[in-house]
Unconditional design. Structure first.
Length: 246
């Protein structure tokens, strides 16, 4: 089990508030809107598809899908999305919302190893804000990489383990500004970009894109930035082809 019981329990309590864009999950809604564009743009350039029907028919795996914010958005673009989460509350919230919106997402409750059949492969695998909550990061990433089709693309977003992230993500967000519930993050579990790279090297995956993200809590705005020392997102694939950022 890479999911930690206390983490699952905490997300269960939050599940009721997942889709309240003014509630405790507000930062996620803001960040999700910014990130959705990036994800679609990276997929289209990586797979050489045109933007109009960029995701039509693609198989996408969203590991640690939470209440389904990204899964549902990608399904609306025409992708066949499988959302996996170890929290019953998250999956229940995600299923309820998708049904109410008449959006089809295949949500599965449990660990990827239990709920995916051995031969299932995906064009896109997402691990967004999940590696900082698992106990064995290399094992988790290897399992995610194993689900990737040969020409697929893997997205990982998390928080760097730096002095700055301690100040911003924990002291600032959880204690001073109370943007996130206290205890949401443990600094020791944050993951450096080079740790992601070395964990995925054995899967023969290369980092193609690394982008920093800034979140301004008081005004609830998210934007891309050069600085990856707090929040960042990275893409990996079996072929190294750098698509530069601006």
């Amino acid at each position: 089990m890479t999911a930690i019981a206390a983490e699952i329990e905490r997300f269960n309590r939050l599940s009721a508030t997942w889709w309240d864009c003014r509630g405790p999950m507000r930062p996620l809604h803001v960040v999700n809107a910014l990130r959705l564009d990036y994800v679609v743009e990276q997929i289209t350039s990586h797979l050489g598809r045109d933007r109009a029907n960029a995701l039509n028919g693609l198989r996408i795996l969203d590991v640690g899908c939470g209440g389904g914010l990204m899964s549902e958005a990608l399904a609306r673009y025409g992708a066949n999305v499988v959302g996996v989460d170890a929290s019953p509350g998250n999956v229940a919230a995600a299923r309820l919302h998708a049904e109410s919106q008449h959006v089809t997402v295949d949500y599965r409750l449990g660990e990827p190893a239990e709920v995916l059949s051995p031969h299932e492969r995906f064009d896109v695998v997402l691990a967004l804000e999940v590696v900082e909550h698992v106990s064995d990061v290399p094992a988790f990433l290897a399992a995610a990489a194993d689900r990737l089709a040969p020409d697929g693309i893997l997205f990982v977003s998390t928080i760097d383990r730096t002095f700055k992230s301690f100040a911003v993500a924990i002291v600032g967000a959880e204690y001073l500004l109370r943007v996130l519930p206290r205890g949401t993050h443990q600094w020791s579990m944050f993951v450096r970009p080079e740790e992601l790279q070395s964990a995925l090297a054995s899967s023969k995956l290369h980092m193609n894109n690394l982008r920093g993200m800034r979140y301004l809590p008081v005004v609830h705005k998210a934007s891309w930035c050069e600085d990856t020392k707090v929040n960042y997102i990275a893409t990996f694939s079996h072929t190294a082809h750098h698509n530069s950022d601006h």
